[in-house]
Design a protein around this ligand. Structure first.
Ligand code: ADP
Ligand code: GLC
Length: 500
């Protein structure tokens, strides 16, 4: 099939979190299964065109896009993913030329977000027409690309070719909905009524692009079965759109993400000082020592007096956002360090959480290290070099990092929610690979850490646990088949038949 992916992130070109990883890995998995995959995304100002190997698009030079009464010329560039997909990059200085993808925390500079999203969607849909490449499916990812499926209906509906394509919206995070004042609808060349109650894009007096995407896409899915259930059953997870999702009935589902086993492979990861496998963990010890050296972590103290066992290293890598629950870890840190743990933290985001980690690092030099930056290589090295990996998320649509941690022999400590619940069974179960807690309180995180510390004393038991986690397969083949089935059902419905 021909599938057009529209997205704001695609790793390694531009990435804020798991969206970039997930879209790239899904695209590669589908390409490997014989599909013709094209991806379309903005070329952001911080992307190093030369270094990344981005070239002028040989198929088409530019797209003139009429938007809000004026024409903007979008120059076309492309990157050929060695994994198969072709990534078309939209270059337009005024709207995409600045550094940054969404501008969280820098709202003023990104006050033109609706125009940016509108240009991305309009260019994404103009592209296939210019290329003479008609997709069977337009697959949009998250609110930032959801306008593509709305535009497909209203800009191309009823036309032959692109207008006959099916559409899918994958929600990687329901908390980000792209909500704007209602008059912004004028910028999209969409019927004005869509923005007025009970129009398809209106929500509580505002324009809600994600809601519009949910109601326009042929199929909607999110990225784990448990999160798909949580968002329709519990208003706290639904972020106001639970009922809207529920209204889609069986057209809304949860498909778990996989991980890109080539990019995240401890046996062949160029970011690591030494490779390792489940059969030979010697390289993991080197990664651990080198991580301590790189970050300035002091040598560990004997764990409960055992000279052969030092205290565990706990890794944290993630966006410092309310979603991730790190604020509840902060009150536990003094006790954790006192017990002999060391912490390697990498992340950027909300100031209150960053300040908490900064202060912990100052209180416990050599025991808590906080790297406040985005650093792909260090993320790999922390995941490889730590013994345990903490994800105490309040909600987690899927979560990729716990799967990376498992593959790299770092035992995950996770909250029982969303994709974390779907991927990490607790050690108390026969197939357990991590430590799972449920109440969203500091105390229960502390208790999970204590349980982990107890098991850490048993070297043989610990190695068995590590190896069991490393043996798990989180490949994309299974999830890719589910997406294929979704595309096939849509195609068959369009032809007026029943699903295969
Ligand atoms: P989310 O998408 O909610 O951020 P995921 O677990 O799905 O959570 O994916 C997070 C991805 O972002 C992982 O690849 C992780 O390594 C990466 N990441 C997050 N913060 C940083 C950072 N500061 N530096 C490098 N990589 C990061
Ligand atoms: C989002 C979610 C995360 C998920 C990722 C990729 O950013 O927060 O849970 O793993 O998207 O789907």
């Amino acid at each position: 099939m021909r599938i057009l992916m529209t997205t704001a992130e695609y790793a390694p070109l531009a990435k804020v979190g798991g969206l970039g990883d997930a879209v790239a890995a899904l695209s590669r998995a589908l390409a490997a299964r014989g599909h013709d995959i094209r991806v379309v995304m903005p070329l952001y100002g911080h992307m190093d065109v030369g270094e990344l190997g981005i070239v002028p698009d040989p198929e088409a030079a530019a797209l003139p896009i009429r938007q809000n009464g004026r024409v903007r010329v979008v120059r076309l560039r492309r990157w050929t993913d060695p994994g198969g997909p072709i990534v078309h990059l939209l270059e337009q200085d005024e709207l995409f030329g600045r550094a940054g993808i969404y501008g969280y925390g820098n709202v003023d500079e990104f006050s033109d977000t609706p125009l940016r999203l509108g240009l991305h969607a309009a260019a994404a849909l103009a592209l296939p027409v210019v290329l003479g490449w008609t997709p069977d499916v337009v697959h949009a990812h998250d609110a930032a690309a959801a306008l593509s499926v709305i535009g497909l209906t209203h800009w191309y509906g009823g036309t032959t070719g692109l207008g006959e394509a099916d559409s899918v919206l994958t929600i990687h995070n329901l908390a980000h909905q792209s909500v704007h004042s209602r008059d912004v609808i004028d910028q999209f060349d969409l019927p004005e009524g869509l923005g007025w109650h009970p129009g398809l894009l209106e929500y509580e007096g505002f324009l809600n692009i994600l809601k519009g995407g949910i109601l326009h896409a042929g199929r909607v899915n999110t990225v784990s079965p448990t999160y798909a259930r949580e968002v329709v059953e519990d208003p706290a997870f639904g972020c106001g759109l639970g009922e809207v999702l529920r209204s889609r009935g069986d057209d809304f589902s949860g498909i778990i993400n996989g991980i890109d086993a080539d990019v995240w492979d401890p046996a062949a990861d160029e970011f690591l000082p030494a490779p390792f496998t489940a059969a030979d963990l010697a390289g993991k010890d080197i990664c651990r020592q080198e991580l301590c050296r790189e970050l300035g972590l002091v040598p560990g103290r004997p764990w409960f007096g055992d000279p052969d066992r030092d205290g565990p290293i706990l890794g944290i890598v993630g966006r410092l956002a309310w979603q991730k629950g790190y604020d509840l870890v902060l009150p536990e840190l003094d006790a954790v360090v006192k017990a002999g743990w060391r912490l390697a933290v990498l992340g950027t985001g909300e100031e209150s959480i960053a300040a908490g980690f900064r202060s912990a690092a100052e209180r416990h030099p050599g025991h808590v290290v906080f790297a406040e930056r985005f650093d792909e290589g260090l993320a790999h090295r922390i995941i490889a070099g730590s013994d345990l990996f903490l994800m105490p998320s309040r909600f987690e649509p899927c979560g990729l990092t716990q799967m990376y941690a498992l593959r790299y022999g770092s035992v995950p400590i996770v909250r029982f929610t969303g994709g974390l619940a779907d991927t990490v069974p607790d050690v108390s179960l026969p197939d357990g690979v991590g430590f799972v807690f449920e109440p969203m309180e500091s105390g229960s995180i502390g208790y999970a850490l204590e349980r982990a510390g107890d098991l850490w004393r048993d070297r043989a038991g610990w190695d068995t646990l590590v190896r069991r986690g490393m043996a798990l397969e989180f490949g994309w083949d299974g999830p890719a088949v589910k997406y294929e089935e979704m595309y096939a059902e849509l195609a068959s419905q369009r032809r007026g038949g029943t699903a295969p």
